[in-house]
Design a protein around this ligand. Structure first.
Ligand code: JB2
Length: 215
C-alpha cells in the first residue's frame, strides 16, 4: 500500500546523508517533509520520510498537489541538473535554512539553497540557487556564491569573496578578502586561499596551490 503523504509537504530528491541534514533543517524551520525520490527506489524511510520511487515518481507527486521540492544531493553538477528538471516539471525549489543560522537581513537568496545549523552570513552577500552553506560555515559581507556551489562544514569566506558556480570548498577551507574562486574549482579540506583561482582546478594546502585540473 502507498504511504499517505503530508499535504503541502516538501518533496526531497535524494535520500542519502545530505538529505538527512536537510530534512532536519526543514523540520526545524517548521516545514513538513512529505516524500523522497531516490535513484534507488527500494521502499524504506529516511528519518521517517518514505522513499516513494525514483525520479519518475516526481510527475505523480506533482499531480497529487505537492509543489515544493528540495534537491538534497551533494554532487554539485547533479544537483544543478536535477534542480533544473524539477523546475521544468513545475516544482518550486524551497530553501532549507536552519533557524540557528545568523543571517543579515540584507542577504539575497536564490532558490533551493541549504543553510545548515550554525552558519553566519553577513551583510549584502548573495547566495545563488542550489548552493549549500554547510554546518558552521561563515560568509562575511559582500560575498557572492554562484549557483550550486558548496561551502563545506566550518569553511570561512572573508569579505568580498566570490565563489563560482559548482565550486566546492572542503571542510575547514578559508579564503582571504576579495579573492575570486572559479566555477567548478575544488579547494581541499583546510586549504587557505590567498590568490584568485581559475575555473575547474584543484587547489590544496596552506597557502592553497593549484595541483591541476579538478578530478
Ligand atoms: O539522479 C538521482 C540520483 N543520483 C544519486 N536522482 C535521485 N532521486 N537520487 C539520486 N541519487 C541518490 O542520492 C543515491 O541513490 C543516494 O541515495 C543519494 C546520495 O547519497 P550519499 O549519502 O552518497 O551522498 P549525499 O549527496 O547525500 O551527501 C554527500 O554530500 C553531502 C553534502 C556526502 O558527501 C555527504 O557526506 C555530504 N555531507
Amino acid at each position: 500500500m502507498s504511504p499517505t503523504l503530508a499535504i503541502g509537504g516538501v518533496v526531497i530528491i535524494g535520500g542519502g546523508g545530505h538529505a538527512k541534514v536537510v530534512i532536519e533543517s526543514l523540520r526545524a524551520a517548521g516545514e513538513t517533509v512529505a516524500a523522497i525520490v531516490d535513484a534507488d527506489p527500494t521502499p524504506r524511510t529516511v528519518l521517517g520520510v518514505p522513499v516513494v520511487g525514483d525520479d519518475l515518481a516526481l510527475a505523480d507527486l506533482h499531480g497529487q498537489g505537492l509543489s515544493k521540492l528540495f534537491v538534497a544531493i551533494g554532487d554539485n553538477s547533479l544537483r544543478e541538473k536535477l534542480g533544473r528538471k524539477a523546475r521544468e516539471q513545475g516544482f518550486v525549489l524551497v530553501n532549507a535554512i536552519h533557524p540557528s543560522a545568523v543571517i543579515s537581513p540584507s542577504v539575497q537568496f536564490g532558490e533551493g539553497i541549504a543553510v545548515m545549523a550554525g552558519v553566519a552570513i553577513n551583510a549584502d552577500s548573495r547566495i545563488g540557487d542550489l548552493a549549500i552553506v554547510n554546518t558552521g560555515a561563515v560568509v562575511d559581507h559582500d560575498c557572492v556564491l554562484g549557483a550550486a556551489c558548496h561551502l563545506g562544514p566550518a569553511s570561512a569566506l572573508a569579505g568580498n569573496v566570490s565563489v563560482g558556480a559548482r565550486a566546492f570548498l572542503g571542510v575547514g577551507a578559508r579564503v582571504i578578502p576579495g579573492v575570486r574562486i572559479g566555477a567548478d574549482t575544488i579547494v581541499g579540506a583546510g586549504g587557505v586561499v590567498i590568490r584568485d583561482l581559475p575555473d575547474a582546478v584543484l587547489a590544496i594546502g596552506v597557502p592553497a596551490k593549484i595541483k591541476g585540473d579538478r578530478p
